[in-house]
Design a protein around this ligand. Structure first.
Ligand SMILES: [Cu+2]
Length: 388
């Protein structure tokens, strides 16, 4: 009897204990979900995998922020963590058509947002509104517009932003997806790729309101941010093999389309020109800093690689709702997208950051440099015996 009683009592106790544990765990998980819903805090297993619904805001009551854009590779001043309430980010971009020198003696009619290839990085927070004034000055010759991959709505705003020379337009959209996204001109038909491969693209970063996070949901603060915009050019050549030059953008249109149909770029460059981010133009960092790099390619695939380092955290497809991948050697930027990576340099020196299609990097121009200052660590690398 005693044995049976003990067994029954032990069984009952164990069942009650299991039940209690289950209730505690369920309550804890419900609390964790609640916390996540309230704050977007991704602690625990928590990454969002569904559409978040945003209540419409009283636009007139929102705090207004005027974004002061910077030419790439620099990124305008911004907060990594935003206040709880969404804000209205006002930004003005002027379109310019201007001849740029892609390498010494080789020119292309660039179509640009704000005079740079790529256009400037825009930084806002998830749930914020972006109010863009797009200006097409009277001196330009072509109709332009803008398609924001970060936006939700037909053509990414393309149909609502068509501006002829001498016009300007204002578009407001809500940034509901956190991540890095490209924007580009898309005036229809053959004009879409023609404008894009003449430099008319850029990127926007939509940060989670409470900062980007590692796979465990811990916030990652970055010390510096750089924007590397990759651009493929298809510059026509004459019968002697010399690059052609035109008086106006439209004068090269037929030759350009023929060169583009071959799908073989004559140049693939970072920030508009061969060497735009190398040597004296190298991006800088210090050993131990978290360096955020946003890399965009509006028209073709790219394979970022940091020679002598790694992608410590990589959002290969750019979406901050996804946990980053860790410690990658090379990753991929899909055509028509931007990706983000964080690098913590462990050693000083000159690092090359390139597309690891090495033909594109070394022969066509897709390479940049980081000049890193700090203390050398012999534990990580040391030349034991010099060549001899
Ligand atoms: Cu355009």
């Amino acid at each position: 009897m005693n044995t049976r009683y003990s067994f029954f009592r032990a069984f009952t106790q164990r069942a009650l204990f299991s039940l209690a544990v289950s209730i505690v765990l369920l309550t804890a998980s419900a609390l964790a979900c609640d916390q996540q819903s309230d704050s977007g805090d991704a602690s625990g297993s928590a990454y969002w995998h569904s559409q978040k619904e945003w209540e419409p805001e009283d636009i007139d009551a929102l705090e207004v922020v005027h974004l002061d854009l910077e030419p790439p590779p620099f990124v305008h001043e911004h907060e990594q963590t935003a206040p709880e309430e969404p804000r209205l980010n006002k930004v003005r971009m002027v379109i310019s058509e201007e001849e740029i020198e892609v390498e010494p003696g080789v020119f292309v009619w660039a179509m640009t947002f704000e005079g740079s290839v790529p256009g400037p990085m825009i930084v806002v927070h998830e749930g914020d509104y972006v109010e863009l004034t797009l200006v097409n000055p009277a001196g330009n010759t072509l109709l332009h517009n803008i398609d924001f991959h970060a936006s939700v709505g037909a053509l990414g705003g393309g149909a609502l932003t068509e501006v002829s020379p001498g016009e300007e337009v204002v578009l407001r959209f809500r940034a509901v997806k956190p991540g890095v996204f490209i924007y580009h001109c898309a005036p229809g038909g053959e004009m879409v790729p023609w404008h894009v491969v003449h430099g008319m693209n850029g990127a926007i970063m939509v940060l989670p309101r409470d900062c980007i996070k590692d796979p465990g949901g811990n916030r990652i603060e970055y010390d510096r941010a750089y924007y590397v915009g990759e651009q493929d050019f298809y510059i026509p050549k004459d019968e002697d093999g010399n690059y052609k030059r035109y008086d106006r953008p439209i004068d090269g249109f037929a030759d350009d389309l023929e060169a583009m149909r071959g799908l073989i770029p004559t140049h693939i460059v970072f920030n508009g020109a061969v060497g735009a981010l190398t040597g004296d133009n190298a991006m800088t960092a210090n050993v131990g800093e978290n360096v955020l790099v946003i890399h965009s390619q509006a028209n073709r695939v790219s394979y970022p690689h940091l020679i002598g380092g790694h992608g410590d955290y990589v959002w290969e497809r750019g979406g901050f709702d996804n946990p980053p991948q860790l410690g990658l050697e090379t990753w991929e930027i899909a055509a028509g997208s931007a990706g983000a990576s964080i690098h913590t340099f462990r050693q000083p020196g000159l690092y090359a950051y390139l597309s690891h299609n090495l033909i594109e990097a070394f022969l066509l121009g897709a390479a940049a440099h980081f000049q890193v200052e700090g203390e050398w660590n012999n534990d990580l690398m040391e030349q034991i015996q010099p060549p001899g």
